[in-house]
Design a protein around this ligand. Structure first.
Ligand code: TRP
Length: 484
């Protein structure tokens, strides 16, 4: 009996095996591993991305600090290097420690009604961050982007996807008291539009070309779009959440959990933030979930055989994994038992790394498969069960999300959050802005905007006063509680 059904899976693979040789590309519009001279797509080299993009690897020391500061064991995505890279995440931990405000920002381009498990990864992680930090979250639906970047989609079509995509996102389990979801077509205007224009004024065509690879034939909507995705990183775009006083809101940074392909937008935004004295966003980057066809391929919403969809039935999940999931097993059972399987390319094992919570169980499976004690069929069965459970739980929550719930999440309203319960809440205010992220006031467009020593002193004093006030309020509360 063949322990490995790859041959059959490849025969039916909807993804072309042979492509022209070329370098790895990862940007918001293209994701593909390096293609060798043999025409085979290699797995994405994430270390190379960290180097090229100039981000930092998430290391053990950062994870240990995270656990000390939040009192929470890092999410399995962090423990397993699936969320693997960051920009200034440590500044967010500093702020959390000091009780200073920040918010979470993520998004999705509503390009179809079919959400697959790969789409849910950044949202699962974002929900966990929201639960951990207890901060506001804004979720951007870039209907305009999906219109601009597609030859055939109409505005009506992409707007139509917003509501169903919002339901899928809500079904991940976000807290309505702390979450604002918006579509660009609906929300652009007011403070948000002011920031979009501010951002666009600081990006030249040359820069946009260098960052995104645009050329003379690119429509200007695409060239401008980065200012829209970028401006969402600024708290001052959301006066209904953070207030209208830009002296305060300029000081509040975003933490953006996203897949690494979105980094170019925010590299650009961070640059401009520094120049207009707005707090720079921090980022935390996730890897992609491979398509069923294996490393180097990416799930596609338009190719049913490439992915497990959140609408799939338990039977469809079982059939897809059995039929298509690329296996790291050997060709015959005898050889497999003798030499063992390769978990690094085995799709079922890779999916378990994403979805199986228990570290010990995962390690037991890895060892057994690599020793050849566990066969591909058994590994696939474990993966099938895990995915069926994940998808079914999602579907149960999704069934309860009606239009009224979507309206609630998308309504412009104040949000409620606590932040770090152990740190007194501090709102740094200055004539101009922002202590912690090293940000200073926009001293008029073009001014150098640096804080004077006096202003710094004032800021420090103000912070101390705020902290004292918070401490007093807390003591009062405690006394009242004792008296009651
Ligand atoms: N451009 C993203 C997409 O096509 C959507 C998006 C907007 C986003 N803002 C974001 C994703 C912030 C991650 C973080 O899916």
């Amino acid at each position: 009996m063949a322990a490995n059904a790859n041959a059959e899976a490849l025969k039916e693979s909807p993804i072309p095996e042979q492509v022209a040789p070329g370098k790895q590309t990862v940007d918001p519009y293209n994701v593909s591993g390096e293609v060798g001279a043999d025409g085979v797509v290699k797995a994405i080299d994430y270390s190379k991305l960290v180097e090229e993009f100039g981000t930092k690897k998430i290391d053990q020391a950062l994870l240990e600090r995270f656990e000390r500061v939040t009192g929470k064991k890092p999410h399995r995505f962090l423990r397993r290097g699936i969320v693997f890279s960051h920009r200034d995440f440590e500044l967010i931990l500093d702020r959390y420690e000091r009780g200073e405000p920040f918010f979470l920002y993520t998004g999705r381009g509503p390009s179809s009604d079919s959400v697959h498990v790969g789409h849910t990864i950044p949202f699962e992680f974002t929900k966990w961050l929201q639960d951990t930090f207890d901060v506001p979250l804004v979720i951007m639906l870039t209907d305009d982007e999906k219109y601009l970047f597609s030859e055939k989609r109409t505005i009506e079509e992409v707007q139509g996807y917003c509501s169903s995509n919002a339901k899928d996102i809500i079904a991940i389990g976000f807290d309505p008291a702390k979450t604002f979801i918006f579509s660009d077509f609906e929300f652009v205007g007011g403070a948000f539009y002011r920031n979009i224009v501010r951002l666009s004024k600081h990006i030249t065509l040359n820069q946009a070309r260098a960052i995104f690879g645009f050329n003379d034939s690119t429509n200007i909507g695409r060239i401008h779009f980065g200012s829209i995705q970028g401006a969402t990183s600024w708290a001052s775009s959301f006066p209904h959440i953070f207030g209208a006083d830009e002296k305060k809101t300029r000081a509040i940074p975003a933490l953006i959990p996203c897949a690494i392909d979105q980094d170019p937008y925010f590299r650009m935004t961070r640059d401009v933030s520094a120049r207009i004295q707005h707090a720079k966003p921090s980022l935390i980057h996730a890897k992609f979930l491979d398509a069923l066809q294996g490393p180097g391929t990416k799930m596609s919403a338009s190719v049913d055989e490439s992915a497990i969809f959140m609408k799939d039935t338990p039977n469809q999940i079982k059939n897809k994994i059995n039929k298509y999931a690329f296996s790291g097993g050997k060709v015959t059972v005898e050889e497999h038992k003798e030499k063992g399987g390769d978990t690094s390319v085995d799709v079922s094992f890779q999916y378990l790394r994403f979805f199986l919570e228990d570290d010990d169980e995962l390690e037991r499976i890895r060892v057994a498969y690599e020793k050849g004690e566990m066969l591909t069929g058994e590994l696939k069965a474990i993966c099938i069960k895990e995915l069926q459970t994940y998808v079914e739980a999602f579907q149960e929550r999704r069934a309860k999300v009606g239009d009224d719930v979507v309206d609630l999440f998308m309504e412009r309203r104040p949000l409620q959050w606590v932040g770090n319960p152990k740190a007194p809440r501090v709102v740094p205010v200055v004539d101009g802005a922002a202590g912690a992220a090293g940000v200073t006031a926009e001293g008029g467009e073009g001014g150098d905007g640096k804080l004077t020593k006096n202003q710094l002193k004032k800021l420090e004093k103000q912070k101390q006063i705020e902290a004292k006030k918070a401490q007093k309020a807390k003591e009062k509360e405690e006394q009242a509680a004792k008296a009651a």
